[in-house]
Design a protein around this ligand. Structure first.
Ligand code: EPZ
Length: 418
């Protein structure tokens, strides 16, 4: 496996361009398979491993998939299979979006259960509850899920927890159902809105995405369309936090600042300077930052996906910081890696108590999951001395060209091929 070698301690300066949002793109590609005519052309697709997995799965269903730069063209007119059982399915979480998409279009899907980051138990009971409420029969046996329906009929569904995946997946099944579906206690993340906009561009009738009540009037068919994915707020958050940690001044281009409000607010509270324009955020830091408390929450609260990078920054902030990870029960595994670099952190369940130290020092560490990987890159960039980061396949699942982008900002970081 490849490794990243980082010589830390350099400030970050310059401009950086953010790519398309992973968590929107990984839902939009499976949704594209619902088009029974026309060709879908989706732009601003990030060049990451999760997307390559999805492209292979879509091809295995009988669709034609063509990638040109950041654009993916999908012809799903002649789908020949509703079985999602290639090994790629187990490599990522978002493979579960084929359940809703294929059930919605064909009334049938058989799939292996999904993989993804080991950040806690990741139940799919709310997805199943939604499919069953629409009239599907769902069974899970031998690590596979099978859902079938003679027809899907719209209804009211109240989610017991706010779930990004369940909101999107049930929306997929509902857009081609007969009648009206109302999703209550829906997730409000920017990627939920982006996926709803994509479905509407394909001919669906989805209203209210971005609020906690989404109303879907079923339509007869969806058609391929042209669409461009929103910018990745987590990639942007990662570069913002890295700049705060390393010091310097970075202009982060192609972002929607509103999507990053909770992260920007915390960085300002810590002492970083932030300027926002229509599609950019400029961040400046002298590294003299103070500790803050963070509780992760569904959007518009502080995102769990930014918690691990932020925890690295808090390691060298003055005073005590407390992190309360309220979404995932095992999203603090990276703490042991940060401790190898000199961090002073105590973990009690989902709470991390961080007492700021003067500096982190380079060490051999590993990426325990995707955002933990980003946290380790930030730690290594800001630390004194050399670090070696292993298990970076996690990072490649979600960050396009991370070492090139950081190098452009002045970092000393290189990839060593296995
Ligand atoms: C999505 O995961 C993201 N993944 C995650 O990002 C992100 O951390 C998470 O949303 C929360 O924002 C993708 O979009 C591919 P959830 P998802 O369903 O949809 C509970 C990253 O780093 N729950 O919103 O799987 C669940 O246990 C990744 O990019 C149920 O109880 O998350 C959790 O506590 C990691 N039953 C909470 O809801 C269900 O049926 C939120 O999960 C579903 C979820």
């Amino acid at each position: 496996m490849d490794k990243l070698i980082v010589r830390g301690g350099k400030p970050l300066n310059g401009n950086i361009e953010i790519g398309g949002a992973k968590n929107a793109a990984v839902a939009i590609l499976p949704a594209a398979v619902m088009a029974s005519s026309g060709i879908g052309v989706i732009d601003n697709i990030p060049e990451i491993e999760d997307i390559q997995c999805l492209e292979r799965i879509i091809t295995s269903l009988g669709c034609n998939v063509k990638r040109t730069g950041n654009s993916v063209e999908i012809d799903s007119t002649n789908v020949t299979s509703v079985s999602v059982t290639t090994e790629d399915v187990r490599k990522m979480r978002a493979s579960y979006y084929f359940y809703g998409a294929l059930l919605g279009r064909f009334g049938k899907v058989r799939a292996e259960l999904p993989g993804g980051c080991p950040i806690g138990v990741r139940p799919i009971d709310q997805h199943i509850k939604g499919f069953e409420a629409l009239g599907a029969k769902v069974k899970i046996e031998h690590g596979e899920i099978e859902a079938t329906a003679d027809k899907l009929v719209g209804t009211n569904i109240y989610f017991d927890v706010v779930s990004v995946g369940a909101t999107i997946n049930v929306m997929f099944a509902a857009v081609l159902a007969e009648g009206t579906t109302v999703l209550e206690n829906a997730a409000k993340e920017p990627h939920v809105v982006d996926v709803a906009n994509f479905l509407n561009t394909m001919g669906a009738n989805v209203k209210g995405a971005g609020t906690d009540v989404i109303r879907i009037v079923g339509v007869k068919e969806l058609k391929g369309c042209n669409y461009s994915v929103i910018p990745d707020q987590m990639e942007a958050a990662t570069y913002m936090i890295a700049t705060a940690a390393c010091g310097g001044k970075v202009m982060i281009k192609n972002v929607i600042p509103k999507h990053l409000e909770s992260v920007s607010a915390k960085l300002v509270e810590m002492g970083a300077k932030i300027k926002e324009g229509d599609d950019f955020i400029e961040i400046e830091s002298d590294k003299e930052l103070k500790g803050v408390n963070i509780k992760t929450l569904p959007y518009p609260g502080f995102p769990t996906d930014a918690q691990q990078p932020m925890s690295t920054l808090l390691c060298t902030a003055k005073g005590r910081s407390i992190i309360n990870e309220s979404i995932w029960e095992s999203r603090l595994k990276h703490v042991d890696e940060l401790k190898k670099m000199g961090a002073n952190i105590k973990v009690e369940g989902r709470i991390a108590i961080i007492d700021g130290v003067e500096k982190l020092t380079g060490a051999a560490v590993k990426a325990t999951d995707l955002r933990a990987g980003a946290a380790m890159v930030i730690a290594a960039l800001s630390a004194e001395g050399e670090s070696e980061i292993s298990c970076i396949e996690h990072i490649d699942r979600g960050y396009p060209h991370i070492e090139e982008k950081f190098r452009k900002l002045g970092a000393d970081i290189k990839r060593v091929k296995a």
